[in-house]
Design a protein around this ligand. Structure first.
Ligand code: ARG
Ligand code: ZN
Length: 503
């Protein structure tokens, strides 16, 4: 009981609970055409994503100039690149739309068309004020973490209607940080950029509905100084083309993808020979030519294991969900690796456990994504547990031993107090989300048995493929597959503010 009320208090304190009514929803008797919501309704990041429409495809045409080298070198915090983009966004209206928003941070829009019709850029009008004709305006308030580009289409969009929005934009690139102060988004490096958008950092480099609920397909044309390599998601769309000292790299990502998993990293990368899983998944690796010594040896060893890792995870989770895999290993660092779809990004070097973790995310996190950010344990607990499984498969510590190594040591009450299935926006990447999350999955496996555990996992991946799921959805699948009431189990492991002692 004490634990239930604490979990309830934490829920209340982060403003979780029932999702707020979509502000743009049509009121009975109200106007037919209304504004789409300025957020997807996620209590952790209220203005990430947008309401009133779904994006089907982003075509990103980006021209990038990395920082110029200076002597003495400019301090890292002050380096700047230059990005110029044309984003072509195909979307479908989900309500009769008078206006709708995109998220865009730190860039300036110079032109915008909707279905070929030019909109006028104007200063943000007062709330509720009428605006004449097709128009756009951009509110950027870093203190409020509010970055909203509003588009007023004329004619207005009817529910079900598709529209093409073309946004021409650009600006200096910096080293943006998330709510916790970690680098993310388009992170300018001395030789290019590391592009890692979790949870809502993709808005730093293209106009986007920046929430996993609005998945879309992507194509990319990234133009960089000749000699630099630009790597995005999916597969190359033809060979790079060089003209006038600049090279254009084209990529095609035809699978549904959450915006935080988009990358277009730029650097002195050298492509390795393509390898393949037994099932035929092509593996495209790009390693920074400046990586040397132990970092290079470790990276090479990990990358060589990727085909076998895919074979192993396919035997447990089912077919690899996308058209390709592979790694981007940058000598620069953002302090972590990210499971960018089909092509994770690594900082400084790629360790074996990290590669297994980011590969497992392709199923658990990328094919099936969190419906709201509070469900992050379904990403990080799972990827951590899958890496335990890989270590066992590869002759190391068993998953059972890894569980015991996590479970046995004494830890502080604060460690156990965090409800990992609702850790708060500042707790998304807390160690408990990873390790108690993995412990939860191991305890669940012990409780229901291997056969049910893996059958339910495959059912989870089948049912929510190309989509998103919640913790409740996950529990429901395991209850169905096991025929057991698992509510007490999951309450103890995910919410109770103390060390779980039963499973
Ligand atoms: N999802 C990443 C992983 O594989 C971690 C991302 C950390 N991001 C951050 N902004 N701190 O573990
Ligand atoms: Zn992870």
């Amino acid at each position: 009981l004490a634990s239930a009320s604490l979990a309830a208090a934490v829920l209340a304190s982060v403003g979780a609970g029932a999702a707020p009514a979509e502000p743009g929803a049509r009121a009975p008797g109200g106007p037919r055409f209304t504004a789409g919501a300025d957020g997807a309704g996620d209590p952790y990041f209220p203005r990430a994503g947008n309401g009133g429409y779904d994006v089907s495809h982003y075509d990103l045409d980006i021209d990038y100039e990395p920082p110029t080298a200076t002597v003495p070198p400019t301090p890292l915090a002050q380096i700047r690149g230059r990005l110029d983009g044309v984003a072509t966004i195909d979307l479908v209206a989900r309500q009769d739309l008078d206006r709708f928003n995109l998220d865009l941070r730190g860039m300036t829009v110079s032109a915008l068309t909707i279905n070929g019709k030019r909109a006028t850029g104007i200063a943000p009008p007062a709330d509720g004020a009428e605006v004449e004709g097709a128009a756009y305006w951009h509110v950027q308030d870093a203190a409020a973490r509010q970055w909203e580009l509003t588009v007023q289409p004329r004619p207005k969009l009817k529910a079900g209607q598709s529209a093409r929005v073309v946004v021409t934009y650009g600006g200096e690139t910096t080293r943006p940080t998330d709510i916790e102060g970690a680098l993310y988004g388009w992170v300018t490096t001395r030789d290019g950029a590391m592009v890692v958008g979790e949870p809502e950092g993709s808005m730093t480099w293209y106009p986007v509905s920046d929430h996993p609920r609005d998945k879309a397909t992507y194509s990319f044309e990234i133009t960089v100084p000749a000699g630099k390599t630009a790597v995005a998601n999916g597969l190359p769309d033809g060979d790079p083309v060089t003209a006038g000292g600049r090279t254009t790299w084209s990529w095609e990502a035809p699978d549904q993808q959450a915006s935080y998993l988009t990358t277009a990293s730029v650097g002195d990368f050298v492509q390795r020979p393509v390898t393949m899983s037994a099932s035929g998944v092509p593996i495209l690796d790009f390693v920074d030519s400046k990586i040397a010594g132990n970092a290079l040896a470790a990276t090479n060893a990990s990358l060589a294991l990727q085909p076998r890792m895919i074979d192993f995870f396919e035997s447990r989770f089912g077919a690899y969900p996308f058209n390709s895999f592979g790694s981007i290993v940058d000598n620069d660092s953002v302090g972590y690796a990210l499971e960018t779809q089909t092509r994770p990004v690594y900082s400084s070097s790629a360790g074996q456990g990290t590669v297994a973790h980011e590969l497992a995310h392709q199923w658990l996190g990328n094919a099936v994504s969190p419906d709201e950010w509070r469900h992050i344990w379904l990403n990080e607990g799972w990827a951590t547990y899958a890496a335990w499984m890989w270590t066992e498969e590869n002759g190391g510590t068993t998953a059972q031993q890894a569980f015991a190594n996590w479970y046995a040591p004494a830890r502080t009450p604060a460690y156990w107090a965090l409800p990992i299935a609702d850790p708060g926006a500042l707790g998304l990447f807390a160690t408990q989300v990873y390790n108690r999350g993995a412990g939860t999955l191991h305890a669940l496996r012990t409780k229901v048995g291997d056969e049910v555990f893996f059958a339910a996992t495959r059912e989870w991946l089948r049912r929510y493929d190309d989509s998103t799921g919640t913790t409740d959805d996950f529990i429901a699948v395991f209850e169905e597959e096991s025929g057991q009431d698992l509510s007490a189990f999951f309450h103890t492991w995910l919410f109770a503010p103390e060390k779980p002692t039963s499973w």
